[in-house]
Structure formats: structure tokens, C-alpha cells
Design a protein around this ligand. Structure first.
Ligand SMILES: [Fe+2]
Length: 369
């Protein structure tokens, strides 16, 4: 028996070819409808097994053309599909004159029996199934409805898969942040509060929603480079020495190196790298100036300064929100982006408050994810 397989997926064709060849069948392959017609007109197969969803001429269109060609109409036409499994799909296939409608996957023995039976039935009866006598316009309309429905389903599946992938990447990055926070209890909560403030400032500045999400994520991980800084430096209750401060100054670059390989939809690694830069070039680690500091990073800078000044660190006591806001006001235009400073000051003017830091660093925090 000579079988023509029509499927755009090479792996599906391979599987089918292997199953049918093992049963002693001779097999030819086509990747879509027009190719299948050319192949069948060159040498008529005993049966055709066709997928439905294919680029170019799909399976429904192929069946319509097949049944309209007197040279092929008496060759049984079998659909074999994994995607079009609803009753409406089967109804349309039968309307078009399909002799068999099979759904994937099938065992080799069931598939071989089904194909053998349909070929024998057609030989016995002397004819294949004819298309139903319905207006062509109606048939085309139903075809388009089935196609559109399938496209919508596939788009929904793709969107869901894309969202799962996005969530997976974000959650993986957040897991790293949690590990760093577990090591340094004083960082616990700091990243959360910076993220909240940066996200809110971005909202006030009418930054697009998607970019606000990126800025929030950058805030949540901006200090992960502190994993590089020895714990005795991070928790030293006295002023840091110059060499110790040089080590601390490396944390943005450590974070950048960890994040730059992840293909975020935002320049997140760069934002994190620049969260200690200042517009006049006095920041670190690159000493960037003015527009060299990215817009997203300028928001992180202000959020980081305000949070850091309002919360106690082992080596730097908290000075309170008023002093933090005075620093932002005085540094606007020189150290900090004036638009960001203005948005931040307006926010606190309107009553915005940062959540309190955990009472006992290291204890389970309300900010833990
Ligand atoms: Fe930092």
C-alpha cells in the first residue's frame, strides 16, 4: 500500500513514516497541501493521511481540492490531527468528503488497521465518500470559522506559555535576592522598600506600566551584588575604612555581571549597575555623568538614597525621612534627576510613607516572599 503523508511538522512525518513503513507500507511525504497535490498527481497514492493546521494550503483546503479532482477523488482522504479535535472540526471534515477523521496520537496497530480498513472499504464499495452538497460559500465560511477559532486557541496558549516563562525568570531572580537577604539581614526589606518607592515614583512620572514593572524588579534585586561583600564589613557597627568602602563599591558591578546574561525586556542589569551613580559624576562604580545615567537608574538612585537614609544600617544610623527628603531637594539637578526628585518630594508631600523596617533584623520579615 502506498500512503501519502501530509504534515508540516518534520517530527510528525518521521513518526508516521516509521510507523507505516514498519507495517510494510510505502510512504511519500509532503509538508502542505499544494505540495501534496503535486506529489499525488505525479503518482496516485492508495490513501492520503493529512494534518489540518499547516502553512500554505491547510488540510481542509487540501481535502476540498482533492475531492474536486477527478483523478484523485477516488483515493480515500484521512485526516490525522492533534489540534482540530472538536466536533465542529470533524463535522467540517465530513462535509468536505473526508473518508476518515483520526486524532493523534494512535498506536501503530490502530493506525495501520484504520488505514487498511478504509482502503478496503473503498475498494469494496467502489467509491469514496463524496462531499456534502452544500453551497461553497457556506463551506468556506465554516472553514474560516474553524481556522480563526484554532488561531485564537493557539494565540491564547502561546500567551500563557510566554507569561509562565516570564514569571519563571522573575521568580528565579527573586529567589537569588532572597538568598542574599538571608545572608545579610540588614538588606532584608531594604530592596523591597526601594522597589516600592521606585515603582511609585515611576508611576507618578507617567512611566509606561511595563517599564514600571521592570523598575520594581530592578529595585527588588539592586543589592544582590552585596553577596560579594564579606559579612563582617556589612555588619560592622563602626565607620568603614577606605579599603572596606572600596569593596562595598564593587557590589553594583557584581550584580551587573550576574544579571547581564538574562534577556529582560528592560535594561535591568544596566539600571542595577548604575544605582549608585550621581549626575555630577561623583557616584560609583563608573562615575557616569548626566545622560549617561539611564532614566530607570535615576529613579532607583533617588529611591535608594531615601530608603537608606531613613533606615538604620550597622555602620550608618538612620537620619529620618525629613533629612532624606532635604538631601533629595538639595541634590536635585546636581546629584539627582530633577524630575525624579520632584516626583519623589510630591509623593511624600501627598502623604506617601515607606513601610517600617523589621524591628529585629534577621527575624522573619513581613516583606519575605
Ligand atoms: Fe546598593
Amino acid at each position: 500500500m502506498y500512503v501519502l503523508i501530509v504534515d508540516d511538522d518534520e517530527r510528525n512525518r518521521y513518526l508516521l513514516r516509521t510507523q507505516l513503513s514498519a507495517a510494510g507500507m510505502e510512504v511519500a511525504e509532503a509538508a502542505e497541501g499544494a505540495q501534496a497535490l503535486a506529489c499525488a498527481r505525479e503518482r496516485r497514492p492508495d490513501v492520503v493521511v493529512s494534518d489540518i493546521l499547516m502553512p500554505g494550503m491547510d488540510g481542509f483546503a487540501l481535502c476540498r481540492e482533492w475531492k474536486a479532482d477527478p483523478a484523485l477523488a477516488q483515493v480515500p482522504f484521512c485526516f490525522y490531527t492533534a489540534n482540530y479535535t472538536e466536533s465542529g472540526d470533524r463535522d467540517l471534515a465530513l462535509t468536505l468528503g473526508a473518508d476518515l477523521f483520526l486524532t493523534k496520537p494512535m498506536s501503530q496497530s490502530d493506525l495501520v488497521s484504520a488505514l487498511t480498513e478504509v482502503v478496503e472499504r473503498v475498494r469494496r464499495e467502489g467509491h469514496t465518500r463524496a462531499p456534502l452538497d452544500i453551497p461553497a460559500e457556506e463551506s468556506f465560511r465554516e472553514h474560516n470559522v474553524r481556522l480563526l477559532h484554532k488561531m485564537e486557541q493557539q494565540l491564547a496558549e502561546l500567551t500563557a506559555a510566554n507569561e509562565r516563562l516570564h514569571d519563571m525568570v522573575v521568580n528565579t531572580v527573586l529567589a537569588i535576592a532572597t538568598l542574599v537577604e538571608a545572608r545579610d539581614p540588614y538588606t532584608a526589606g531594604h530592596q523591597e522598600r526601594v522597589a516600592l518607592l521606585a515603582y511609585t515614583i515611576a508611576g507618578v512620572m507617567d512611566v509606561p506600566d511595563d517599564e514600571c514593572d521592570g523598575i520594581r524588579l530592578a529595585g527588588l534585586v539592586h543589592d544582590i551584588g552585596k553577596i560579594y561583600v564579606p559579612l563582617e564589613i556589612l555588619s560592622r557597627p563602626s565607620e568603614l575604612t577606605a579599603p572596606e568602602f572600596e569593596i562595598i563599591k564593587m557590589h553594583p558591578t557584581v550584580a551587573y555581571n550576574a544579571l547581564r546574561g538574562i534577556d529582560f525586556p528592560w535594561p535591568l542589569a544596566e539600571w542595577v549597575h548604575q544605582h549608585h551613580e550621581r549626575l555630577d559624576g561623583s557616584g560609583y562604580p563608573q562615575g557616569l555623568r548626566g545622560n549617561q545615567v539611564l532614566a530607570g537608574a535615576r529613579i532607583l538612585v533617588v529611591a535608594d538614597v531615601v530608603e537608606a537614609m531613613t533606615n538604620h544600617r550597622p555602620y550608618k544610623p538612620a537620619v529620618g525621612i525629613d533629612a532624606a527628603l532635604a538631601e533629595v531637594r538639595e541634590g536635585a539637578g546636581r546629584l539627582y534627576d530633577p524630575a525624579v526628585a520632584e516626583a519623589c518630594l510630591a509623593l511624600f508631600d501627598q502623604g506617601f510613607t515607606l513601610p517600617a523596617a523589621p524591628a529585629h533584623p534577621g527575624a522573619a520579615s513581613v516583606y519575605q516572599r
